[in-house]
Design a protein around this ligand. Structure first.
Ligand code: FEO
Ligand code: CA
Ligand code: CA
Ligand code: CA
Length: 672
């Protein structure tokens, strides 16, 4: 007998929205700095449009400053914009095709179990759930044959298990036994549906892409053995019963966006991992509290309540139960929150968590172009309300012939501070820098990195409106970041880089480093204020038209021709209603970085977000992910079998996350 999780049992962290806010620091929101300017704006205060106008008539550089003299009509964007859509289907511009590809459950390895196979072990040979960040690794430079690698951010157990049908479950809900324990086979399936897929894909002569059986096809899951590397590895922070020497950990979770290293490996981000852990200790230290773990007996999916008591499931209980940390899993959460490096070309390779890139809710990572003889530089956002943007600069220079992941194990982690005048600085999170001393509670480098959020608080970084993806312009070197939204920012907490209170719609910021990407200072500006026709503003400060309105920018990528691809993630709890009604379903647009022109390229089905983007080298095939269609189905409707989406199969089918393969009917370059 099973019964649904009661509404009151929902993890309070997750119930608050998809990204928990847990920054208690008193870092300035530029409130003091801006006080004088704010006084001048008093008459305008309270209106979003006025906030924009206010920002623009201060010294805030608003795009055009760097783009003066460029044409206002883009030659970079060649397609006809499509309208917003609330339909349960994918729409692309005229002249384009979208093929649905590798939905959750597609067999890729081992015995190639059919999508209908329901046992947990089969899921380790099938495409996972909730497709997210993605990259195409060409084989021998081919644009028609390669290894596609993609993240699977999380699962909806109600869609994953046949047993869940007919129960009153919300998108986080799952079947459980009367005593609160969980079926081990279901727990196994949920862990195996997380992680990363490596799958060989090839385009046939008919233009359709297909999965190819290959020894490199592989699933990396919430159970795959991994190695810790960098300053946190081998320290007391990560000693567990599984790894008394603190060098190993099982699995990666909540892999959101990704990155690709200059040496052609893949990095998967660990984003909202903290919700998976229970911890009944009465005192929770900052290594967990600052990441949203509170005293609680519940975890997101209650994996620690698997009925078989297997060690790999019990570790999600971080309560101090043994005599020391090598006898329990009090430190297990300290092994999550990293960027995980995986070599797609080495199917036996052990994934490596690169701890020097810091521990937080990594959305993803973006590398600046590598320059021979200079340090490697990469950027990563911490996606939660009022969190930060980070940068890592390697200690050793890049040498193409010998570069590998060890470059990420020595260097300096920085955090961004955005000044009101359009300048900015990178604050080093290193021993002795910016007050990070033992006297102030930061014992050494490992302590700083495992507590990256606390270190950034102490250094005085700028609290941002949920940093999501970054991108680097291949021609100018400018770095872009999406700031998806932050409805909790108050009037007093507004600052130049986060200029809107109750920021429902989000914005995109960009900066130019003062010198190389390793520089410690930069100049920034706002590239786009997302919103409807009233509140949205383009690079020129002009209102967005019907072809360009968008909310909650999240995925971001700049193609080799400098088209800026922007993907949206209005939460399933808010999409198509209230202030978000004008935007329809989540979508993807293209912007011109010089003119600021913005056009809608794709609209997705109901209840999903568009996320993850990859292109073949010839720019003739574009891969894009559709995550969590139907996630806005209420628990009551789910119990009645009424789902908001049946995409992609249609009819009465369970909705599935899947990849879209987009090509042009005339075989041309995508977006041109
Ligand atoms: Fe997984 Fe911040 O999106
Ligand atoms: Ca995202
Ligand atoms: Ca998001
Ligand atoms: Ca989401």
């Amino acid at each position: 007998m099973t019964q649904p999780r009661q509404p009151g049992q929902v993890d309070p962290i997750l119930a608050a929205g998809d990204e928990p806010a847990s920054n208690p620091s008193s870092n300035a929101y530029f409130g003091d700095i801006l006080a004088a300017r704010m006084n001048r704006r008093t008459l305008l205060r309270g209106s979003l449009a006025a906030a924009v106008a206010g920002a623009m008539c201060t010294s805030l550089p608003f795009g055009r400053a760097l783009a003066a003299g460029t044409p206002s009509v883009s030659s970079r964007i060649g397609f006809q914009a499509i309208p917003v859509s609330a339909a349960d289907r994918v729409v692309v511009p005229e002249g384009y095709r979208a093929q649905t590809f590798i939905p959750w459950g597609t067999p890729i390895s081992g015995p190639m179990p059919a999508a209908t196979a329901s046992d947990g072990a089969a899921q380790a040979h099938q495409i996972g759930s909730h497709h997210d960040g993605m990259h195409f690794f060409p084989l021998d430079g081919s644009s028609r044959d390669g290894l596609l690698m993609l993240n699977h951010e999380y699962v909806e157990p109600r869609l994953l298990h046949a047993d869940a049908q007919g129960m009153a479950l919300d998108s986080e809900g799952f079947p459980q036994h009367e005593d609160g324990s969980r079926d081990p086979n279901q727990v196994l399936k949920e862990l195996n549906a997380h992680g990363i897929s490596v799958v060989r894909v090839r385009q046939g002569d008919d233009g359709q892409w297909q999965v190819v059986e290959d020894e490199r096809n592989r699933r990396i899951t919430g159970l795959t053995p991994m190695r810790l590397a960098g300053p946190v590895a081998g320290t007391e922070h990560v000693v567990t019963k599984y790894s008394p020497d603190g060098n190993r950990i099982r699995g990666t979770l909540n892999n959101c966006s990704n990155g690709v290293t200059p040496w052609n490996t893949y990095l998967a981000a660990e984003e909202n991992w903290s919700g998976y852990f229970a911890n009944e200790d009465t005192e929770i230290d900052r290594r967990q509290a600052r990441y949203g773990i509170q005293t609680r007996s519940e975890g997101r999916y209650q994996w620690h309540r698997a009925a078989d008591g297997a060690d790999e499931y019990m570790r999600f209980d971080a309560t101090s139960r043994g005599a020391s940390s090598s006898e329990d899993y009090r430190n297990e959460p300290h092994g999550f929150g990293y960027m995980v490096e995986i070599d797609p070309f080495d199917p036996q390779g052990t994934p490596v968590k690169r701890t020097h890139l810091g521990r937080f809710a990594h959305e993803g990572v973006i590398f600046a172009p590598a320059v021979e003889g200079q340090p490697i530089v990469c950027y990563s956002g911490d996606d939660a309300r009022f969190e930060y943007i980070y940068k890592f600069v390697s200690a050793r220079p890049y040498q193409a012939a010998s570069a590998d992941g060890s470059l990420l194990d020595e260097g300096t982690l920085y955090v961004a501070k955005f000044h009101e005048d359009g300048s900015g600085e990178w604050l080093a999170l290193a021993p002795g820098e910016n007050g990070l001393t033992p006297e102030n509670g930061f014992a050494d480098l490992a302590d700083i990195l495992v507590n990256a959020r606390s270190a950034a608080d102490h250094a005085g970084a700028t609290k941002m409106d949920r940093p999501e993806w970054g991108a680097v312009d291949p021609a100018t070197g400018q770095v872009y970041f999406t700031l998806t939204n932050n409805t909790r920012r108050s009037e007093e907490q507004r600052d130049a880089a986060n200029p809107r209170a109750e920021n429902h719609f989000g914005h995109i910021i960009r900066w130019r480093e003062d010198g190389t990407h390793a520089a410690e200072r930069f100049q920034w500006e706002i590239f786009l204020l997302a919103g409807d026709r009233e509140s949205g503003r383009d690079l020129n400060g002009e209102p967005l038209d019907e072809d360009a309105i968008l909310a909650s920018p999240d995925g971001l990528w700049i193609d080799p021709d400098r088209r800026v691809w922007i993907q949206t993630d209005i939460s399933e709890s808010a999409v198509n209603a209230g202030v978000y009604a004008p935007f329809g379903n989540n979508q993807m647009l293209v912007a011109d970085p010089d003119t600021g022109e913005l056009r809608r390229f794709l609209t997705g089905p109901v209840g999903q977000e568009i996320t993850g983007i990859a292109m073949t080298p010839d720019q003739r095939t574009l891969f894009v992910n559709v995550q969590h269609p139907g996630a806005n189905t209420s628990a009551a409707d789910f119990a009645e079998g009424r789902l908001t989406s049946h995409w992609p199969e249609g009819g009465n089918a369970i909705p599935r996350s899947a990849t879209l393969v987009i090509t042009r009917e005339d075989g041309g370059i995508i977006g041109a």
